[in-house]
Design a protein around this ligand. Structure first.
Ligand SMILES: Cc1ncc(COP(=O)(O)OP(=O)(O)O)c(N)n1
Ligand SMILES: Cc1nc(C(=O)O)sc1CCOP(=O)(O)O
Ligand SMILES: [Mg+2]
Length: 229
């Protein structure tokens, strides 16, 4: 990439953001990702974490396999937490949280690659932006079954509060998001949704991703129309 990603492009990539690792998948992870991409997923995060997570060569091989699928689909491949892995793979970006390496240090290491930072408060959001975040991951919006050490549930109100505080950077909501909740999340100010279980635990992965994306696009349209009124 010749420069930092534009906010407009970032918002598009955040619309239907799948966070995925072998631990979360009912089917083969590569099959899950293939199906999710066929359903219109706009960005993938490789998050190999939790009980039974792969390490070493098997983890690296899986990451490379999923990255190749993203390359063919023309969508960004983001690595969770592991900056070394992201650099080794020449991934499109990294997502870090408040307990990971600091955002300014990661920004210095990854150059213009995409940098996503988790933020739970307005203060964390402002700091992440100053330190070079391209987008914020805000959650958990609802209770989640996919992250044992998640913070307290925030509800969509945190998104409203951030937008009211003039945090204008691209934001993705995460945590317990299902098709029924998409409109509320986008209506509160998110540019898209990041999900694990709504896609990885679905019986029909392609259809689940496609329905979620369709709902996000409709919700963005509705929310723009109501802002104009
Ligand atoms: C898009 C997105 N938002 C938030 C997170 C959570 O990051 P973090 O708080 O560092 O927790 P772990 O995912 O590392 O357990 C995320 N991964 N993606
Ligand atoms: C990875 C992650 N981060 C969260 C946060 O709040 O920062 S919640 C979460 C898990 C999201 O999985 P699901 O869509 O199954 O709830
Ligand atoms: Mg992390």
């Amino acid at each position: 990439m010749s420069g930092r990603i534009s906010p407009e492009m970032m918002r598009q990539h955040l619309q239907m953001y799948l966070v995925v690792g072998s631990v979360n998948c009912l089917a083969e992870p590569s099959r899950v990702v293939q199906e999710a991409l066929a359903g219109g997923t706009t960005m993938i995060q490789f998050r190999e974490k939790g009980h039974g997570a792969l390490t070493g060569v098997p983890m690296f091989e899986l990451a490379r396999q999923l990255q190749n699928l993203c390359r063919h689909a023309g969508i960004p491949f983001i690595v969770n937490d592991d900056v070394e892995l992201a650099l080794e793979l020449d991934a499109d970006g990294v997502h870090i949280g408040q307990d990971d390496e600091s955002a300014d240090s990661v920004r210095a290491r990854i150059g213009n690659r995409i940098l996503g930072v988790s933020a739970h408060t307005i203060e964390e959001a402002r700091r992440a932006i100053l330190q070079g975040a391209d987008y914020l991951g805000v959650g958990p919006i609802y209770p989640t079954i996919s992250k044992d050490d998640a913070q307290a549930v925030q509800g969509p109100a945190i998104l409203h509060e951030m937008r009211k505080a003039r945090i204008d950077v691209p934001i993705v909501g995460i945590g317990g998001i299902t098709i029924e909740r998409v409109e509320e999340v986008v209506g509160a100010g998110a540019d898209g949704i990041a999900v694990i279980s709504a896609v990885t635990q679905a019986e029909r992965i392609r259809a689940a991703a496609a329905e979620l994306k369709h709902k996000v696009l409709l919700s963005i349209k509705h929310s723009r129309m109501s802002q104009k009124l």
